[in-house]
Design a binder for this molecule. Structure first.
Ligand SMILES: [Zn+2]
Length: 198
């Protein structure tokens, strides 16, 4: 349903509006402040310091997402099958964040504070931290920090996509485990597994 391809977000984000360049390298060199420029920290006007190292930022609601993402610029997106995952850098304080954009089950952003070395590994070697590398992990973090959405339709397409993705990611995952992660029942998960993903 969702791709991080520039301009394809279901919800336009203030932080991503300047991101018109499709080339991540161009993005990196022109818009991010990675590697850090410590002289700018003094002038930092951003939410980074107020966030915990592993943070949840709801989409919409009290507009925390607008405040947080006002200074975050995407540096690299993982792409491939991990469409939810990208690296952003704060233009105000140069903090790097690993971000999972979860808009199927929780409608939240999950942010993990990264060291310069960790961000370096992503940019230089395409080596991403373990956190958020699987969708199961993203949803597990979601349950620790947030609450899943309530779906009017228990077989909503977002649920069906997620059920199939989770099973593909870890074929031994049980219906009960999947149900717990997406806030459903194992009976509905069985139904969704029996249907083709829309
Ligand atoms: Zn910041």
């Amino acid at each position: 349903m969702f791709s991080l391809g520039w301009g394809s977000q279901r919800r336009p984000l203030a932080s991503m509006e300047p991101m018109t360049a499709p080339d991540p390298l161009l993005t990196f060199t022109t818009l991010s402040c990675y590697p850090p420029d410590m002289s700018r920290v003094i002038e930092a006007k951003c939410e980074c310091a107020a966030l915990p190292d592993l943070a949840v930022v709801p989409m919409g609601g009290d507009d925390l997402d607008i405040r947080v993402f006002a200074t975050l610029n995407p540096v690299r997106e993982h792409g491939d099958t991990r469409w939810w995952l990208y690296l952003s850098s704060c233009t105000a304080c140069c903090q790097n964040w690993l971000i999972a954009q979860e808009e199927r089950i929780f409608d939240d952003y999950f942010l993990k504070r990264l060291s310069v070395a960790e961000a370096d590994q992503i940019v230089a070697s395409a080596r991403w931290p373990e956190e958020f590398r699987t969708y199961e992990r993203v949803l597990t973090v979601g349950h620790a920090l947030s609450n899943p959405c309530r779906f009017f339709d228990p077989l909503d397409a977002s649920l069906v996509w997620t059920v199939h993705d989770l099973r593909k990611e870890r074929p031994a995952m049980t219906s009960e485990e999947i149900a717990q992660l997406i806030g459903s029942t194992s009976a509905d998960v069985e139904l969704m597994l029996a249907t083709n993903a829309p």
